[in-house]
Design a protein around this ligand. Structure first.
Ligand code: TMP
Length: 215
């Protein structure tokens, strides 16, 4: 990569059990194999402070967070992650592959949680100066595939947000598709059904245009 060139920022998004974490890892490995410096990170988390907030969010003390407090905690975790890891990496020319980013807050707290998109976007502006991914990959899958993956992954145990009812998660999944429709230049929707390698190939095709214009 030429010196001084900013890294690219790719977010992987989707509801529960879409296989997005595995695919984010495979994408980071493929970038490295192409000789591109890439860091794989996740939200909530990615820095010590944000990982501590992750614990508070997914295993909340007491009766859990009111939705506004939940949104503020996600925004605070993201602000730390952006300031301490994502922006410095991009400035150093490193590509960032992030397992979830702002569109998860828009889907889970804004749409499914009922806070509205404007409030979540305002928190992102305040916390992270509106940083947006260059490309946001939404991995979509049908309900049967998701149910099978979740049974495999969670073995009947889920966290405070993953364990919400099926209506909530249906609103999350619909929200991601709605975002992609509204901003086709920033999003690509990938069919997450099928073999890992086949899905990974679809993602690689979607990322290729970014590889071409990095020279
Ligand atoms: P994970 O299961 O992908 O690690 O994500 C943890 C949970 O946090 C998952 O249920 C989605 C949820 N989440 C939000 O509700 N809002 C957010 O902004 C993010 C990043 C995650």
């Amino acid at each position: 990569m030429s010196a001084g060139k900013r890294g690219r920022f790719i977010a992987c998004e989707g509801g529960e059990g879409t296989g997005k974490s595995t695919q984010a890892r495979l994408l980071a490995q493929k970038l490295e194999a192409r000789g591109i410096d890439a860091v794989l990170t996740r939200e909530p988390g990615g820095t010590p402070g944000a990982e501590a907030i992750r614990g508070l969010l997914l295993d909340p003390p007491g009766e859990g967070w009111p939705m506004r407090a939940e949104a503020l905690l996600f925004a605070a975790a993201r602000a730390d992650h952006v300031a301490r890891l994502i922006r410095p990496a991009l400035a150093a020319g490193t590509w960032v592959v992030c397992d979830r980013f702002i569109d998860s807050s828009r889907a889970y707290q804004g749409i499914a949680g009922g806070l509205g998109d404007d409030l979540v976007r305002d928190l992102h502006e305040a916390g992270s100066e509106d940083l947006a991914p260059d490309l946001t990959i939404v991995i979509a899958a049908d309900e049967a595939t998701i149910a099978a993956r979740l049974a495999d992954r969670d073995a009947g145990v889920s966290d405070a947000i993953g364990g919400r009812d099926s209506d909530y998660h249906a609103r999350v999944n619909a929200a991601f598709l709605g975002f992609a429709d509204a901003e086709p230049h920033r999003f690509v929707v990938i069919d997450g059904v099928g073999e890992l390698d086949a899905v990974s190939d679809r993602i690689w095709k979607a990322v290729s245009p970014l590889l071409d214009d990095r020279a």
